[in-house]
Design a protein around this ligand. Structure first.
Ligand SMILES: Nc1ncnc2c1ncn2[C@@H]1O[C@H](COP(=O)(O)OP(=O)(O)OP(=O)(O)O)[C@@H](O)[C@H]1O
Length: 126
């Protein structure tokens, strides 16, 4: 027997995914901050016009950070629901998921700084 929710039309699955984004926005202050930082970075791309390659790198980094935060939120919600009591394995799982977000956030900042350095180098060379 097919599990409920499987084989639904694409539009229904997009609605489920959008509901997940709304839940993360409602529940997680860090997701809201990351969305605002992403908007600021996209605005910077629109103003600075660093070229297709840098734009692609920045957009991919934004997507990775937001996706990692969504997975982190999903893991936290599942663990809190399934095992609300204090447990070492919950701590390890939550801390590792948070570390994944931190690693990607740090890499994003470095990539953005490299883009700015490259643009500065081009501006001062010419
Ligand atoms: N049930 C638990 N058992 C053991 N440690 C836990 C448990 N719940 C939370 N912790 C510890 O407390 C920290 C904070 O947990 P919490 O669920 O508040 O997530 P958070 O770090 O605030 O994440 P976010 O800011 O993304 O919501 C976790 O990283 C973990 O180390």
């Amino acid at each position: 027997m097919r599990p409920p929710g499987k084989g639904l039309p694409f539009s229904r699955r997009v609605r489920f995914a959008w509901a997940g984004v709304r839940d993360a926005w409602r529940l997680e202050a860090s997701f809201r901050s990351q969305c605002l930082a992403a908007l600021a970075a996209l605005f910077a791309l629109a103003v600075l016009r660093p070229g297709w390659l840098w734009s692609a790198i920045v957009v991919v980094m934004i997507a990775l950070v937001l996706a990692a935060e969504l997975i982190n939120t999903a893991l936290e919600a599942a663990l809190d629901g399934l095992h609300p009591e204090h447990a070492r394995f919950v701590q390890v799982a939550k801390d590792c998921a948070a570390a994944a977000v931190l690693v990607l956030s740090g890499a994003s900042v470095v990539a953005f700084a490299c883009m700015l350095a490259d643009l500065y180098g081009q501006a001062t060379a010419g």
